[in-house]
Design a protein around this ligand. Structure first.
Ligand code: SF4
Ligand code: SF4
Length: 248
């Protein structure tokens, strides 16, 4: 654990986040229980030597004040204040590359554990989760309303300037790469974004049943309302289509 993180935790025992009001013990316990209750938890955490191999191999640890070793230790020692503290910022530094999982001598998956903490942060509507996900609201709108976001014709040098010179490597054989995608309907935005009504309605049911929409409502109520309207509209369209089939 970095010196600054240790100092912060020592300063705020019983008051884990200096900028926020103190968090009730019951809430800290509830958050930890939610992380632990996930069926993946016991697969991802098998003990911890505190050896630091995960942090040594972690690309994010090179650039941020972030250490997967520290996160795993917090979970392994059931440090509820520290876990809550890490969920305010540090867990969002992970790139989910899972290099750590391939190297850990205990077969832990620090990246997988961090994913569980992120999902729990969303479930509890933490400000950190709202702040991290806010810039992706347009992506989520497109994904949820169409089931797709990216189609191959969007991958162009102009569209992905932030890839730097490497985008040229993608751009060059693009026509061939597109042919490798099995479903012709996914080749362009025009076709990829025209999702079959039945498929859309089935996706909505999956998102409802799996709690995706509950999470969305917790994180972004406005976006949730917009998406509900889209879902209602498409469900009506689908019912009309079914009625037309019956009439025929
Ligand atoms: S999670 Fe694994 S690699 Fe990381 S400190 Fe613990 S035992 Fe070492
Ligand atoms: S999954 Fe996250 S914690 Fe693990 S090596 Fe990649 S960036 Fe680091």
């Amino acid at each position: 654990m970095s010196h600054s993180a240790t100092s912060r935790m020592q300063e705020h025992i019983g008051d884990p986040v200096s900028e926020s009001p103190p968090v009730a013990r019951e809430q800290l316990e509830e958050i930890f229980q939610d992380i632990q209750a996930d069926m993946r938890y016991d697969h991802e955490l098998n003990g911890c030597l505190n050896c630091g191999i995960c942090t040594a191999t972690c690309p994010a640890a090179h650039y941020y004040d972030f250490s997967p070793r520290e996160i795993v230790q917090l979970l392994w020692t059931e440090n509820l204040e520290g876990i809550y503290d890490a969920m305010q910022e540090k867990i969002w530094s992970c790139a989910q590359c899972y290099t750590c999982a391939a190297r850990c001598p205990f077969s832990n998956s620090p990246g997988g554990l961090i994913m569980l903490m992120r999902e729990t942060a969303i479930k509890h509507g933490m400000e950190s989760a709202k702040n991290v996900l806010r810039p992706f609201s347009r992506v989520m709108l497109k994904l949820i309303s169409t089931g797709n976001q990216l189609s191959p014709d969007m991958i162009t040098a102009d569209g992905f300037a932030d890839w730097g010179p490497n985008v040229a490597k993608v751009d060059a054989p693009l026509e061939i790469l597109r042919m490798a995608i099995p479903m012709p309907t996914l080749h362009t935005t025009k076709t990829a974004w025209e999702v079959n009504l039945k498929t859309s309605v089935e996706l909505y049911t999956i998102w409802e049943e799996t709690g995706v929409l509950d999470s969305l409502e917790t994180i972004d109520e406005n976006l949730f309302d917009v998406i509900l309207d889209i879902m209602d509209e498409k469900r009506d369209d689908y019912e009309d289509w079914l009625d037309d089939q019956d009439d025929d």
